[in-house]
Design a protein around this ligand. Structure first.
Ligand SMILES: *Cc1c(COP(=O)(O)O)cnc(C)c1O
Length: 433
């Protein structure tokens, strides 16, 4: 298991994160437990901010909150000075309740409801990323009714194919997100925005996918978008003030993953953009990106208690943990591959290949399909690494399993930021008759 951030193996052979022993954390807070390395999240924020800068350009790093969000995370993002991307009323509400500066919130989504759009206007959301023509008209009507103006970006689909899992590709021609830059109705949309008294079209947004390892995909998106902005200027006289290039920077999960060098990639993107804009004779005063996974993925891990260990008649060895697809559906959903270690015996040598399975009533409830581990026994603590993104936020109550707690660890201290659900939480909204 590759160690990230403040992870290390202490003199007792136990895994330590943020100066806290994983075993002590499991004892104090119970398992399963999401553990987030606060320093690493902050370092990642700082790294993105520092690398995404270029002379003569205003740049902004916006954290894509769907990767991992709660009120403490909003505070952290605010302290680090990033913007916040939300895709639902619930994420927006979390930011609002946490006191996040709403003018730095960007509201995304391919099917925002009228209630959500109204909520964005009421709460002073800074920018709405309009997905399609229909949404633009609804938003115009709402603003008219409320006599309110709003900055918008239009989400466009640049038709770039990034090599990643089909479920997390977002910019193929048939993607559900945005309007294709090749679609003729784009002209109508831009003209509508140009003549609207209420919508201030600042520019465009694109996002080509997630968990992308090929830097070329990002550079390709820059080139296509520059050409698009030039065309929009020539055809409609529309001069872009802002361009949002989305997120999707891949991270290491397991052997063979080769993430992009964030610093080099961001700096090349900006250089290409600057040179491209110059050649095209356009100005792009402001540029944004929206990393999610790359900020939090490696900063989180999940601790599980081992219950039963079982060898099937067919000879397969299972290690059963006290969570599963309820706290990490990514293996079942995308065939994600994780690394893990036995947190109480990190120095023990691997002895056997096992499958780590959860406690849910589904054969697909697997966390890791095959991993070489030391001999695992009931009572061991398993740490699954790099679960910081799209685990907590995708967790469910399937089988009426309460969702785990989340702790931030830093310099030997652990702080609960989301408490563990209880059985009463699980039945909270039920009526017996
Ligand atoms: C999901 C998403 C992101 C973040 O993607 P990551 O792969 O987590 O970096 C950014 N922008 C938009 C519009 C998204 O949908």
């Amino acid at each position: 298991m590759k160690l990230f951030g403040t992870m290390k193996v202490n003199e007792k052979g136990e895994l330590e994160i943020g100066g806290c022993s994983a075993i002590a954390l499991a004892k104090e807070f119970g398992t399963p437990l999401y553990v987030m390395d606060e320093n690493l999240i902050r370092e990642n924020c700082k790294q993105f901010k520092k690398a995404f800068a270029q002379e003569g350009m205003v740049t902004e790093v916006i954290y894509a909150s769907k990767a991992f969000l709660n009120m403490a995370m909003c505070r952290l993002i605010q302290e680090e000075g990033l913007g916040l991307d939300v895709v639902s009323g619930g994420e927006m509400y979390t930011a609002f309740k946490a006191g996040f500066p709403m003018e730095k919130v960007y509201f995304h989504g391919n099917n925002k409801t009228e209630d959500e759009l109204e909520m964005a206007l009421t709460h002073g959301v800074g920018t709405i990323i309009v997905d399609n023509q229909h949404e633009m008209k609804i938003l115009h009507g709402l603003c008219n009714r409320k006599n309110q103006r709003i900055d918008i970006l239009l989400r466009v689909n640049p038709g770039i194919e990034a090599h990643t899992h089909a479920y997390i590709q977002t910019a193929t021609h048939d993607s559900k997100f945005g309007e294709s830059i090749y679609d003729e109705k784009l002209g109508d949309i831009i003209r509508f925005a140009q003549t609207s008294e209420y919508l201030r079209l600042k520019g465009f947004h694109c996002h080509i996918g997630s968990q992308i390892f090929e830097e070329k995909s990002f550079y390709g998106a820059v080139e296509v978008m520059v050409a698009f902005l030039q065309q929009v200027k020539e055809q409609y006289g529309f001069e872009t003030e802002a361009l949002n290039l989305g997120g999707g920077f891949g991270i290491y999960y397991s052997n063979g993953d080769d993430p992009v060098d964030v610093e080099a990639c961001l700096s090349t993107m900006l250089k290409l953009l600057k040179a491209g804009a110059h050649t095209a004779g356009i100005r792009i005063p402001k540029v944004m990106i929206e990393p999610g996974r790359a900020i939090v993925g490696n900063a989180g891990c999940t601790l599980y208690g081992v219950g039963n260990v079982k060898e099937t008649y067919g000879g397969k060895k299972y290690v059963f943990v006290d969570g599963g697809m309820t706290d990490n559906p990514r293996t079942a959903l995308y065939g994600a591959v994780y690394e893990a270690g036995v947190a109480n015996r990190m120095n023990a040598q691997p002895e056997e290949r096992v499958t780590i399975a959860g406690k849910c009533c589904e054969s697909g409830d697997i966390i890791i399909h095959g991993i070489d581990l030391p001999k695992v026994q009931g009572g061991d603590i398993i740490c699954v690494a790099s679960t910081g993104a799209y685990n907590y936020t995708m967790a469910s109550n399937y089988n009426r399993i309460p969702r785990p707690a989340v702790v931030f660890v830093k310099e030997g201290k652990a702080k609960i930021v989301v408490k563990r659900e209880t059985y009463d939480d699980v039945i909270r909204n039920d009526f017996a008759d």
